[in-house]
Ligand binder design. Structure first.
Ligand code: ASC
Length: 130
């Protein structure tokens, strides 16, 4: 699927960057730091829906050998738990997307919290601090 480990790393990091970029736009609205625009919120969550699962196709075993990244070895040692954590994030993103499509700011605020927690939970276990 990926020619070299570096290709997988670039792909998954790019995916997380896109995800975080569009999440930030929605969370800024949820925090009242930018004006709430229901259509814009839903456009951003649609991108999140499309992208959320993609990085998890790009964690081939051994891909950090010779390519140090923030990815911890536990990703592969606890592959089932890592998959569960990824599925949790994806389901939280789906809730946020539903809230945005409904144009419900209170639901969006709650769902932004859920997505943020699911990002953080995975980082705490599987991402080196740097
Ligand atoms: C973000 C972002 C994350 C999460 C995390 C939540 O906006 O880029 O990685 O939220 O900080 O705790």
């Amino acid at each position: 699927q990926f020619q070299k480990p570096g290709d997988a790393i670039e792909y998954r990091q790019s995916g997380f960057t896109i995800l975080a970029t569009h999440f930030k736009r929605v969370s800024m609205m949820a925090q009242g730091k930018t004006p709430f625009d229901a259509k814009l919120a839903a456009e951003n969550t649609a991108v999140m829906m499309a992208v959320a699962k993609l990085p998890f196709s790009a964690f081939p075993e051994g891909s950090t050998t010779g390519h140090p990244t923030a990815a911890r070895a536990e990703i592969w040692k606890e592959a089932d738990k890592f998959r569960e954590a990824s599925e949790k994030m994806i389901s939280e993103v789906a809730k946020l997307d539903a809230a945005a499509r409904a144009g419900n700011l209170d639901q969006i605020k709650a769902a932004v919290g859920g997505v943020g927690q699911s990002c953080k939970a995975c980082h705490d276990s599987y991402k080196d601090k740097h």
